[in-house]
Design a protein around this ligand. Structure first.
Ligand code: UD1
Length: 311
């Protein structure tokens, strides 16, 4: 069994990753400053004697180095981030501090304390509006937000550190992740989290455009499992991989599942397409299978029904 240090442990993806690591018998040190993470996401984790938690800001000087020096983990899973694309556009300086500088601090802490493996939360946002589908890892990188640019810069920084100092680095390029604990607070939150809240509260949802836009929606349970594999599978080499299903799901497909579960729901409102929206985004899932042995297991409709009936 391994000891993992997880940054962003109280976040949406972080808390599910922590839960699966503990379930598999590993020991976990979690850190989060609750900027967007939530204490209640760790309700299950905190009952485990193999879980230690630190409330701290990893972007502050010295914090991470001290935590990593004390924990001496077998791998570090770096999920702490400024997670909103919209916020990165409004405050690119904060995006730099939380999504680039903090990653450098992670790389340095791993170097100084000889952590052999790093797993990083990258994003399909590094591809921008990719012309060719499915998007393979070697597709052109053309981010169209400070968030996407920061994720790309972080990959380069980590892989550079990995090659220089002998650290195995796995960059996980998540596509559109959905599931329980995702925050629906802003209009720019993931569409599925917004739909779940509005259907539950009996409010009409808004479809921007004709609803035929597609995304590669992937369940957070699959994403967490991909993180566990990247952090603990023996003999991995450094590299990047899309974490996706390889399938396109339209917004209308998503809507149909909700409507079947809420037959009395108000009809959706159709609004204009969101400016800057891309029409289609679908990843190739081949590299994750080849490099990590990862294949998604949760069909989108099943994941949606689980989310609808959660709690
Ligand atoms: C992602 C970002 C978004 C950013 C965009 C830039 C997330 C969660 N979203 O959006 O902040 O601006 O990249 O390309 O990281 N939709 C509706 N009704 C809603 C909400 C969304 O119809 O109430 C539509 C959107 O217009 C979009 C689709 O649903 O066509 C998916 O939206 P979203 O979940 O935000 O994902 P991305 O479009 O990938």
């Amino acid at each position: 069994m391994a000891h993992l240090l997880v940054t962003g442990a109280a976040g949406f993806i972080g808390s599910h990753t922590v839960d699966q690591l503990l379930h598999a018998g590993h020991t976990v040190t979690g850190v989060d400053n609750f900027r967007t993470g939530r204490r209640e996401n760790l309700t299950a984790a905190t009952t485990s004697p193999r879980f230690a938690f630190h409330e701290a800001d990893i972007a502050a000087p010295g914090v991470l180095s001290s935590l990593v020096g004390t924990a001496r983990p077998d791998a570090l899973i770096h999920l702490a981030a400024l997670v909103s694309v919209q916020e990165s556009i409004q405050d690119p300086d904060l995006n730099f501090r939380l999504n680039v500088h903090a990653t450098h601090l992670v790389a340095e802490a791993a170097r100084m304390h000889r952590v052999p493996r790093l797993v990083f939360a990258s994003s399909a946002a590094i591809y921008g509006d990719a012309p060719t589908q499915p998007i393979r890892e070697d597709a052109p990188k053309a981010p169209i937000s400070p968030y996407g640019a920061a994720k790309l810069a972080s990959e380069v920084l980590l892989l550079g550190h990995g090659a220089t100092y002998g650290i195995t680095v796995r960059c996980q390029r998540y596509f559109n992740v959905f599931g329980p604990r995702q925050d629906p607070a802003s209009p720019y939150s993931g569409v599925i989290s917004i739909f779940a809240r509005r259907f539950r509260e009996g409010n009409a949802v808004t479809i921007h455009g004709d609803g035929c836009q597609t995304r590669d929606f992937i369940s957070v349970h699959d994403v967490a499992r991909a993180n566990v594999l990247a952090a603990t599978a023996p003999g991995l080499r450094s590299g990047v991989a899309n974490i996706c299903t390889g399938h396109a799901t339209s917004l209308l497909d998503v809507l149909r599942v909700f409507q079947a579960e809420f037959p009395a729901a108000a009809a959706p409102v159709h609004g204009p397409a969101r400016s800057g929206d891309i029409l289609h985004s679908r990843g190739s899932a081949d590299e994750a299978l080849a490099a990590l042995g990862f294949a998604p297991r949760v069909p989108v409709a099943e994941g949606l029904r689980e989310l609808i009936h959660a709690r």
